[in-house]
Design a protein around this ligand. Structure first.
Ligand code: ADP
Length: 447
């Protein structure tokens, strides 16, 4: 096992990894920008290294700075968290060349899944059902028109290199296709430096269902059920739950079995998420994320497992402790993403936290890097905390969420907490009857 791990991230996910390290008796190294000198992850780690100025390009995304921090501190492995360098195959390659272990899958697997076209082709070849769409990239408007006519409108144009909901445009008919195509391409170019796009049939009322998978890197793969992340704003998740309210035990076993087998065949190492759109009892693959997800705690809650511990074990060459027939679901879990944002426009709202109090009690987990007097810097994403509740069933989880939100205090800035208070009163949320469009429609009417 490693003696020392460097965490190439910040905020709540850095804390999450430091906590796993400490429980495993592994020393932790935090890295930080000059804007984060007072951040909680720096305070909580055993050691810390400043790796650059506030801009993440020159700090959290700087491969030379991070490799140097490893060499200075003698860290043997790097946990990337999510975002930043977590799905950067070139980074993983550099680490390999320096004899530093990356806690995650191989550079080759990251590369395959990072390009959405090769990801889809790979998924298909492994027996995973995919969304009907173009064969590979769509080079020009003429091809787009031809493919769309064959597929039937509406269609969605997506960036091959996409992520975070950017570079995606829907065209409902031929008249709107050309502008949607050009906008998606321009967005893809500016966000990812790659303007290749592809096209899919736009599903009308699907749910976003993702399967948590885990591989030992030696041919064994398991699944840990699904999460329903359909409540989204601008293709970004805000509320996640597990198990999915609309998924039956038979469906879980079927799609989970397909995913676990695929992960085994790939020889995939560590945690991954296979994302689907789900409509009328059918699953359609959209992408695979080759990292720990923000919403992983809901899976941890219902399975009673520690995904980060298993990631570290597999990266160190030890056996993963998961066996499919010993993995069983207990109860229901919900996570809400608390962002430093001001409603109704969700404008980023950094600033000083005058008072912070985390909720507690049975079945409540708060993953956050906030503390009294902390100033949220304006340079990074606005996620400031995740509130996760676990109950014996969905009803109890909802009641617990309501109770825990009531206990939470974040004074000094605006947050998305009022959104969740309002959502909990909605009959559709109470019954679990929502698609990926539900929240956008609700926001139009209510905010
Ligand atoms: P990203 O990597 O940017 O998150 P995804 O491919 O995972 O992009 O898609 C994000 C979200 O966009 C999905 O959860 C869904 O809400 C919507 N979406 C993507 N593809 C389709 C599609 N074919 N039909 C309808 N909605 C889609």
């Amino acid at each position: 096992m490693f003696d020392k791990i460097l965490i190439a991230n910040r905020g709540e996910i850095a804390l999450r990894v430091i906590r796993a390290c400490r429980e495993m008796g592994i020393a932790s190294v935090a890295v930080h920008s000059t804007a984060d000198s007072d951040a909680m992850h720096v305070r909580m780690a055993d050691e810390s290294v400043c790796i650059g100025p506030p801009s993440s390009t020159h700090s959290y995304l700087s491969v030379p700075a991070i490799v140097a921090a490893c060499e200075i501190t003698g860290a043997q492995a790097i946990h990337p968290g999510y975002g930043f360098l977590s799905e950067n195959a070139a980074f993983v390659q550099v680490l390999e060349d320096h004899g530093i272990t990356f806690i995650g899958p191989s550079a080759a697997h990251i590369r395959i899944m990072g390009d959405k076209i090769t990801a889809k082709e790979t998924a298909k070849s492994l027996g995973i059902p995919v969304v009907p769409g173009s064969e590979g990239g769509v080079p020009d408007v003429e091809t787009a028109k031809r493919e769309a006519a064959a597929m039937g409108y509406p269609v969605i144009i997506k960036a091959t290199a996409g992520g975070g909901g950017r570079g995606m445009k829907v065209a409902k008919d031929e008249a709107s296709l050309e502008s949607a195509f050009r906008t998606a391409r321009a967005e893809a170019k500016s966000a990812f430096g790659n303007d290749e796009v592809y096209m899919e049939k736009y599903l009308q009322r699907p749910r976003h269902i993702e399967v948590q998978v885990f591989g030992d890197g030696k041919g064994r793969g398991v699944h840990l059920g699904e999460r329903d992340c359909s409540l989204q704003r601008r293709h970004q998740k805000v509320f996640e739950e597990a198990p999915g309210p609309s998924i039956t035990e038979e469906e879980r076993a079927r799609i989970g079995g397909i995913c676990a087998k695929a992960i085994g065949e790939l020889g995939y190492a560590g945690a991954g998420t296979i994302e689907f759109l789900y409509e009328d009892g059918e699953f359609y693959f959209i992408e695979m994320n080759t990292r720990l997800q923000v919403e992983h705690p809901v899976t941890e809650a219902i399975f009673g497992v520690d995904l980060v511990r298993q990631q570290i074990k597999v990266a160190a060459g030890e056996e993963m402790e998961f066996e499919q027939d010993k993995l069983s679901i207990r109860g229901h879990a919900i996570e809400v993403r608390i962002n430093a944002e001001k409603l109704p426009n969700f404008a980023p709202c950094p600033g000083k936290i005058t008072h912070f109090h985390a909720p507690g009690g049975l079945g409540v987990r708060m993953d956050s890097a906030l503390y009294d007097g902390y100033s949220i810097p304006p340079y990074y994403d606005s996620l400031i905390g995740k509130l996760i509740v676990h109950g014996r069933d969905r009803h109890e989880a909802l009641q617990r969420l309501n109770r825990a939100l009531g206990e939470l205090i974040v004074d000094g800035i605006d947050t998305t907490v009022p959104l969740f208070n309002a959502l909990l009163a909605e009959p559709d949320i109470q019954s679990g009857d929502y698609s990926i469009h539900w929240l956008e429609k609700w926001l139009e009417k209510n905010l």
